[in-house]
Design a binder for this molecule. Sequence first.
Ligand code: OAD
Length: 230
Amino acid sequence: MDTIVILTGAGISAESGLGTFRDEGGLWAQHRIEDVATPEAFARNPTLVHQFYNARRRQARAAEPNAAHVALARLQANWPGQTLLVTQNVDGLHEKAGAEVLHMHGALAGALCAACDHRWDAPETMSETDTCPACDTSHTRPDIVWFGEMPYHMEHILEALHGCDLFVAIGTSGQVYPAAGFVEEARMAGAATVELNLRDSDMSHAFDTHIVGPASQTVPRWVEDMLSGK
Ligand code: OAD
């Protein structure tokens, strides 16, 4: 087993105090996607969209990685083959734990100019009057991939999925494509597949192995087994 692709979702950060989207009382029960997470919403009411992401940025900056983030960083540092860690999460907890990660849905830590595509570190509070440091226009937005937009790094991720021996999905409901389709891509390439989740997800049927429980317990145990060759 030498090449591993790991996909994480909101469930891995739940025990760091960051709410998931679709669990009971989750973010999408409190806000409508159409109001805060589409390009149309931003065009209609940029103040509301900035407020939503400013609040999430504050929470994410105050949060600490949990044992699951730490374990994945340990796996990455010690696995003799290749690992690619891909997250749908926009918090920075994988990096804070010392891992290298691809943010397919963008990151709260980033600001993006919609006029010239320049990217820079987001201040804690963004507003629609902020100007781009490169072109000086005020078309700045959070560097987040909204519904209807193309996720980042897809070419790199698909190439890795087509060449991997093991695909692992952690804490994701399998409701949002293209990430929900990664398990099928990996299976078609002949990879073994493992799902770690608190409960069955919409994609559970597609995985060979299921490990059920809270990520802070299941992920460190799974990493330990991987590194000890069990
Ligand atoms: P969801 O909120 O859809 O799913 C969270 C998953 O985590 C569920 O399957 C839970 O069972 C699981 N879970 C919750 N707590 C857990 C724990 N302690 N340990 C293990 N698993 C746990 O979140 P995502 O699947 O990440 O996109 O959502 C995918 C995308 O939908 C997000 O990136 C976001 C959202 O709309 C955009 O905003 C573009």
